[in-house]
Design a protein around this ligand. Structure first.
Ligand SMILES: Cc1cc2nc3c(=O)[nH]c(=O)nc-3n(C[C@H](O)[C@H](O)[C@H](O)COP(=O)(O)OP(=O)(O)OC[C@H]3O[C@@H](n4cnc5c(N)ncnc54)[C@H](O)[C@@H]3O)c2cc1C
Length: 384
């Protein structure tokens, strides 16, 4: 057992830290206020190979070696430490590349991965619908094969990245048939950006993660060629859940980054803020909160790294990914609440970073499978 990152992994993490502290952290509050996606940062990421972290060189990515997924979450953790809204939008892009690697046909990999890995286009994933959130099988968006084209009708909700000007369009899950018992056949279909019949609703005004582009997507007699069926027909839900395995490891890393950010900002504040003639961190109650926050960060990090290591090793990792997601999202919430308390009234003022984390952190318990659904998955593995 080796708990130490290799020299190369430490270099990857340090470079990501430096990039994120320069390009993301100083602007995170201002960008959240404006609610605009920072395309200029994306362009810089493209030139540094960050947009193709998990895709091998043969498809135009920068993945290298045998710890690609662990390497990728080292980057994600540092990006989330600086700006979790940005990191989570980026995470969807990685998830889509993983879906292509896992389930795409050779032609689809050759056609889509180089554009995704180079960052020319950004990945988007559309499963959720107004009446189908946790219950993914309840989706009603339909795709019918008519004269060599899929004709799509339906509405998706809460979809990230699909409204960006450099979006791929979307990887969509739709009902493509029903069997004699009414059981749905669900397939994934690639819908490119400018396809007629594919329209985007307004960007949601959210409590946090305002730079993230999250919208409703509407499909009205939207036609794509038959070859846009992604991977095997009828495997859409398996593909979506397979993609979510990386998504949950990613949320493990993002939660770790947020928990670390809460510690960073709170420790600095507690050392500077003087009350009763001494820095507030000299009160044991505050010092112990900081000690708990530091311990929490390590707990979340270990879960996320282990799940990524399992995926890199080709071992089953669904349960560990799900555990990493629950642990890190709940720890991020705890750390942000403690950090808020340490900041006193200042935490309630929008110019403090902890207030941004406070507005953002709750959604970590909901995205990529709610805490309840994750516990359902874990408890089923225990035979419950
Ligand atoms: C900012 C943002 C970005 C998103 N991006 C995307 C995206 O890019 N693509 C995409 O497809 N989706 C996306 N989503 C949707 C997200 O995945 C869903 O919000 C999430 O899966 C939960 O679904 P829901 O909101 O419909 O909640 P519901 O499923 O309605 O759940 C409501 C509550 O009931 C609980 N619950 C439901 N069923 C059970 C059960 N069986 N047992 C116990 N408790 C249960 C849930 O845990 C939750 O607490 C995004 C959402 C947000 C807010």
């Amino acid at each position: 057992m080796n708990f130490e990152l290799t020299k190369e992994q430490k270099r990857i993490k340090q470079s990501a830290y430096e990039f994120a502290q320069k390009e993301l952290a100083p602007y995170a509050l201002e960008r959240e206020d404006k609610g605009e996606w920072p395309y200029e940062v994306w362009e810089k990421m493209r030139s540094l190979g960050y947009t193709g972290l998990i895709t091998p060189e043969e498809y135009g990515g920068s993945a290298f070696g045998n710890s690609v997924y662990l390497d990728s979450i080292l980057v994600l953790e540092e990006f989330a430490r600086a700006d979790d809204a940005f990191a989570t939008s980026f995470q969807v892009h990685n998830l889509i590349q993983d879906m292509f690697l896992l389930y795409g046909s050779d032609e689809q990999k050759k056609e889509w991965l180089p554009k995704l890995a180079s960052g020319e286009i950004m990945g988007a994933f559309a499963l959720t619908e107004p009446d189908a959130g946790s219950d993914a099988r309840a989706i009603t968006t339909r795709a019918e094969l008519i004269n060599g084209e899929w004709v799509i009708n339906g509405t998706k909700i809460f979809i990230t990245n699909a409204g960006l000007k450099n979006s791929m369009g979307v990887m969509l899950m739709a009902v493509t048939a029903e069997d004699a018992n009414g059981r749905k056949e669900i397939s994934s279909i690639i819908v490119p950006r400018e396809t007629p019949g594919f329209t985007k609703g307004n960007k949601f005004k959210k409590v946090g993660w305002n730079i993230m582009d999250t919208r409703e997507l509407i499909f009205r007699d939207c036609r794509v060629p038959e070859k846009n069926l992604f991977g095997a027909r009828g495997k859409g839900l398996n593909q979506a859940l397979g993609g979510l395995n990386l998504g949950r490891i990613d949320f493990g890393a993002i939660g770790t980054g947020v928990a670390q950010a809460a510690l960073d900002h709170s420790l600095k504040y507690a050392k500077q803020r003087v009350q009763f003639g001494k820095p507030i961190c000299k009160n044991q109650v505050i010092a112990f909160m900081l000690a708990d926050m530091a311990t929490n960060v390590e707990t979340a990090r270990m879960h996320a790294y282990r799940a990524a290591w399992l995926k890199d090793s080709g071992k089953p990792h669904e349960i560990e990914a799900t555990m990493a997601k629950v642990v890190a999202s709940e720890i991020a919430n705890k750390n942000v609440m403690m950090g808020f308390q340490i900041h006193g009234g200042s935490g309630f003022v929008k110019e403090y970073e902890i207030s941004r984390l406070y507005r953002n952190v709750k959604i970590l318990d909901i995205g990529e499978g709610t805490s309840e659904i994750c516990r359902l998955v874990i408890s089923r593995s225990l035979g419950c």
